[in-house]
Design a protein around this ligand. Structure first.
Ligand code: AGP
Length: 611
């Protein structure tokens, strides 16, 4: 998804902007660009199609010296990926703008501006902002006033960065519906859509709120204005995760690094949240206990991988907390006439906390009479966190690989904490809770043991490199794990994969099974194991090749075309977390064999901040 970087400093900003763009590459993009105000007072711009490295080469040939500038990575929404659609956009030679989000009324504005003689060069919605700014800057007293006038004309979501040739060393930023942070430096100031872009220059950030505008000036002066235009104080927060998270270290890909971080981050997700025999309900905040006591139902809303985490939690919350649970993808939920029974807790799950559909669902839910909203999220200061009544941070640290891995297993860990918190308040047997708490304590060590199976899984992956399809099977809480396994394989290896609850096999998908269709199954030692074994026989009888990830205590015999990989025994309820890991490794190795762009798969963005 698009990324913004801006800088006003007492030194040349080109390399700060370039490094910022590189740090945003993980989000997915198709073109990049930069505009800098030269020491002579001219705006100069470079834009290129493809990777930031191409822009870098262009800047070596034609550098952009100057002390203030803005830069952008674009992920096409309006208009195909091309140099002329890349940001920054200009109107004439005096001003440049970068934009994340979507301007919904851009067609009407475009007609209005064309009628006034403005010529459009790109197919983007953003170009209307550039021309509106050009028009307003002639009448308004300064650039900030011009931006504020433009904001009253545009509908939709935006994070903006603007510079003007005649306002030296000033950047104006504004946000509504898309994230934007200000980096606080020493005598310099920065702007970015994601703090990660600026960790090379600062770890102190102001997270702008909805409707805020900001003026960054020479000398590091920062003024934030609310929707009414009044100057407001916004807290400066120190970024919690070290810069190490933004580098691959010794790993070939971020995704592999993040898979291997799971023992550590699951432990971090549990830290300070477990008592000796029960979960500490206070981890959810001071108001949580009173609200949780009133909860009668739960609605969980999320997208993609986070949605799969919600699906697993449904099994847990029903079984251990006795609560009715509904789980839905945010893009569907937000357009339904949802019926909300009294005492319903609204839970959102999101790695980024900026997913447009999930955020819109939260805003929609706030009008529907829910008991309260809880965000389980990985990014402190994100919109979802700021707009929810209760939050539980997943503590996974920055996740760079587009395919979510550690964010998912820490979400599951957090959801088990939620299950236990609600269970405890609703009379769950003390021994049952104590067993689960002990199981959680052992989990990081068990995940580390699964990671030791990496080379065995790499061997298995070879059977997939030439395949075009794959089928994932699971039962109960492992059906969502099968869905997640299929999503991972699709996302990074581009192999078509489907997932089914194993019991559904004979109701249709069995027709697809032959020697060309590898079937992957998760077989923990749970009450559904015998049924799953029968399903696996159905596959073998049709010539399908089976890859089974099974509990070491399960008596599954390896034979020709039946590959069994044994996993350490784990508390039955926590098996979905453990069994996720080999599926992540399998997808990773298949993608490496296929030579795809593992960390930035085609067509995908890390954080989907547009609808
Ligand atoms: C995960 O591998 C995906 N790339 C994607 O499905 C992701 O989980 C989804 O876009 C939701 O993102 P969020 O967790 O940041 O809200």
């Amino acid at each position: 998804m698009c990324g913004i970087v801006g800088a006003v400093a007492e030194r040349n900003v080109q390399n700060i902007l370039l490094e910022g763009l590189k740090r945003l590459e993980y989000r997915g993009y198709d073109s990049a660009g930069m505009a800098v105000r030269s020491p002579q007072g001219h705006l100069q711009r470079r834009r290129t199609l493809g990777k930031v490295a191409v822009l870098e080469e262009c800047l070596v040939a034609e550098p952009l010296p100057g002390r203030s500038g803005i830069a952008h990575t674009r992920w096409a929404t309006h208009g195909r990926p091309s140099e002329h659609n890349a940001h920054p956009h200009q109107s004439g030679e005096r001003l440049a703008v970068v934009h994340n989000g979507i301007i919904e009324n851009h067609e009407t504005l475009r007609r209005e501006l064309e009628a006034e003689g403005y010529a459009f060069i790109s197919e983007t919605d953003t170009e209307v902002i550039a021309h509106l700014l050009e028009r307003e800057s002639r009448q308004a007293g300064d650039l900030l006033a011009a931006v504020r006038r433009v904001l009253t004309r545009i509908d939709g979501a935006y994070a903006l960065g603007v510079i003007h040739a005649e306002e030296p060393d000033v950047i104006i930023g504004a946000r509504k519906g898309s994230p934007l942070v200000v980096g606080v430096g020493i005598d310099e100031a920065f702007l970015a859509s994601d703090p990660l872009a600026l960790l090379q220059v600062t770890d102190r950030f102001i997270y702008l709120e909805e409707g805020d505008a900001v003026r960054l000036c020479a000398g590091g002066r920062i003024e934030v204005f609310d929707t009414e235009g009044a100057v407001v104080e916004r807290a400066v927060q120190t970024f919690e995760h070290g810069d190490g998270a933004a580098s691959k270290g010794d790993y070939r890909h971020f995704m592999l690094k993040e898979i291997h971080e799971q023992p550590m981050v699951i432990a971090a997700a549990l830290e300070g949240r477990l008592g000796e025999r029960s979960v500490l309900v206070e981890s959810f905040g001071p108001d949580a206990e009173a609200l949780f006591r009133q909860a009668r139902q739960i609605h969980i809303v999320a997208c993609g991988t986070s949605y799969h985490a919600g699906m697993v939690a449904r099994y847990w919350l029903e079984r251990y907390a006795g609560l009715a649970v509904q789980v839905e993808v945010a893009s569907e939920y937000r357009y339904r006439q949802v019926v909300v029974p009294e005492g319903t807790l609204f839970v959102t799950l999101s790695q980024s906390g900026e997913t447009a559909d999930t955020l819109a669902a939260l805003r929609f839910a706030r009008q529907r009479g829910y008991l309260a909203s809880l965000a389980i999220c990985n990014v402190p200061g994100s919109s979802l966190v700021r707009e929810s009544d209760l939050t539980l941070m997943t503590q996974a640290g920055p996740e760079i690989g587009v395919a979510s891995t550690k964010a998912f297993t820490t979400q599951l860990t957090a959801l088990m904490l939620l299950t236990l918190a609600l269970g405890r308040l609703r009379g769950q047997a003390e021994d049952e809770q104590a067993n689960l708490v002990q199981g959680l304590r052992e989990l990081p060590g068990l995940v580390a043991r699964v990671l030791e199976l990496d080379s065995a899984i790499e061997q298995l992956s070879m059977a997939f490199a030439e395949k075009h399809h794959a089928l994932f099977l699971g039962r109960g809480a492992h059906f969502p794990i099968a869905l997640e396994g299929a999503l991972k394989l699709k996302e990074i290896s581009y192999i078509h994969a489907e997932a089914y609850p194993a019991g559904e096999l004979k109701h249709g998908p069995l027709a697809l099974v032959d020697s060309e269709m590898p079937v992957i199954s998760v077989a923990p030692n749970d009450e559904l194991l015998d049924k799953l074994k029968s399903n696996l026989q159905e596959v073998r009888a049709r010539g399908g090749e089976l890859f089974v990830f099974a509990d070491e205590q399960v008596g599954l015999i390896e034979e020709e075309y039946v590959h069994v990989l044994r996993l350490p025994h784990v508390h039955e309820a926590l098996a979905p977390i453990l069994y996720t890991v080999p599926l992540q490794l399998l997808s990773y190795h298949v993608a490496v064999l296929k030579g795809t762009d593992v960390d930035q798969p085609r067509n995908l963005a890390k954080s989907v901040t547009v609808e």
